[in-house]
Ligand binder design. Structure first.
Ligand code: 13P
Length: 255
């Protein structure tokens, strides 16, 4: 099964509208033209509209970093899937470990969120991954299986409406990337669980991204693994000179 690879950037709490516009101007100017890779960037919510405008015609897609599971009502400070869509987003991250740990999002919250995002016609980039303690306690598979089973409970989707991002928490922002073999085996396990839950054809079509200290130096080894369909990049997605070689390596591996 040929899966189109993805280079995704999560800007977290970085870049105002002007900084976002400059980033895209530079990325679009320097980007090589072979286009067998989807590029998705998740700016902060307030920079989404200027980002959507800046990427017009380039094929680059814009994602929300988070949203609430309801589309309207008395939910001060929240953002809805329908607002993201109206602003021009095509994707939304769900379940990032920073949301799970700092904002106490549970598997149940995430099933509601995944459902709302997908029902709105957006693609959910659903993040899962174990903490260091869980890895040391040899609970990686148990944690991934739980996060997938409960985070997707009651969610109907087709293979284009869901992307899984495996982001081991201990690798995020630490410079400590998972080894290609460890990442490959976690991805293979995730696909096995998806096969059991959704059948062979859906599981084979879903893209599974790796995230956690991805850099121009380590992307080639990661993306050469058969179960790794792309990357969700934090720090290195903030600078075109770091993100461009990551895109190129992903494109080259699937050329
Ligand atoms: P870093 O690439 O900075 O480790 O962040 C990864 C991440 O959290 C992407 O969502």
């Amino acid at each position: 099964m040929k899966r189109t690879p993805i280079a995704a950037g999560n800007w977290k709490l970085n870049k105002n509208s002007n900084e976002a516009k400059s980033f895209f101007a530079e990325l679009i100017k320097s980007r090589p033209q072979s286009q067998n890779c989807e590029i998705i960037i998740a700016p902060v919510a307030i920079s989404i509209e200027s980002s959507v405008e800046a990427v017009q015609g380039s094929g680059i897609k814009i994602a929300g970093q988070n949203c609430y599971h309801k589309n309207s009502g008395a939910f001060t400070g929240e953002l809805s899937p329908s607002l993201l869509k109206a602003a021009g987003c095509t994707h939304c991250l769900t379940g990032h470990s920073e949301r799970r740990s700092y904002f106490k999002e549970t598997d149940k919250d995430l099933s509601l969120k995944n459902k709302a995002v997908i029902e709105e016609g957006l693609t959910a980039i659903f993040c899962i991954g174990e903490t260091l303690e869980e890895r040391e306690a040899k609970q990686v598979e148990q944690v991934l299986e739980r996060q997938l089973t409960y985070g997707l409970e009651g969610v109907d989707f087709t293979a284009t409406q869901l992307i899984i991002a495996y982001e081991p928490v201990w690798a995020i922002g630490t410079g400590r990337v998972a080894s290609p073999t460890d990442a490959q085996s976690a991805h293979a396990f995730i696909r096995t669980v998806l096969t059991r839950l959704y059948g062979e054809s859906t599981a084979q079509s879903l893209r599974i991204l790796y995230g956690g200290s991805v850099s121009p130096d380590n992307i080639a080894d990661l993306i050469s693994q058969p179960e790794i369909d792309g990357a969700l990049v934090g720090g290195a997605s903030l600078k075109p000179e770091l993100f461009l070689p990551i895109i190129s390596a992903i494109e080259a591996s699937h050329a």
